[in-house]
Design a protein around this ligand. Sequence first.
Ligand SMILES: [Zn+2]
Ligand SMILES: [Zn+2]
Length: 246
Amino acid sequence: MLGPWATEMVRQLLAWIYPNACLVCDALEQPPEWLRHGLCGPCYRAITGDGHESCPRCGQTIGPHTLVDGGCPHCRAVSFPFERVFRLGPYTGRLREAILRIKAASGEGLAEMLGRVWAESRGGLLPCSEIDGVVPVPLHWRRKWTRGYNQAEAVARELARYLSLPFWPRVLRRVRSTPQQLQPSRAARRDNVRGAFCVRRGAKLAGRTLLLVDDVMTTGSTLSEAAQTLRHAGAARVFVAVLARD
Ligand SMILES: [Zn+2]
Ligand SMILES: [Zn+2]
């Protein structure tokens, strides 16, 4: 039998060998059960506690008394090929930190954790009984090869698994590598992604309701193009889930 002092030594040594570090801020949390899906308490609360009102149609942060009938002032004049946008939060603070981390090859574990966090904290808002499949926004193979993985796919995979929804990662394909979206105007960004996606031959989408998943939504041009491609292939409705809305 080890004495209490020796037991503590062993515990400290194990903690040193296997640091229980938060995947977002690297803070060490002990005991281990304080980490939730790999996040420390403050990161978990900051990432899931979206304190802002957001537009149910476009997911944009809005003021507390903004009327959202038919959309908010940002989106009312824009037509979308998707029904509505569900977000974890705005693209700021610790959520933004987390998303910057998943853009590196080493971020796959964190991306999966964020998919679980999304499902756990926002899954109740989704019309899950109507969703036939979860579709991640694909990366062009060249970008995927340089990054090592597709972050939207990792998020979507865990989100689908947690909510017991069918995961359809190969329905959409990115056929054109689009330059980084630096164009300031919505029209220029829309032109930039036109024709970027296609639906794989044999995918049976007629009448289906899909959940399209990406990490960040900025103007919505990429998500609109992807949703439009799914609709053209017969999908009846497309809902969008993103980690953050810029
Ligand atoms: Zn943390
Ligand atoms: Zn809106």
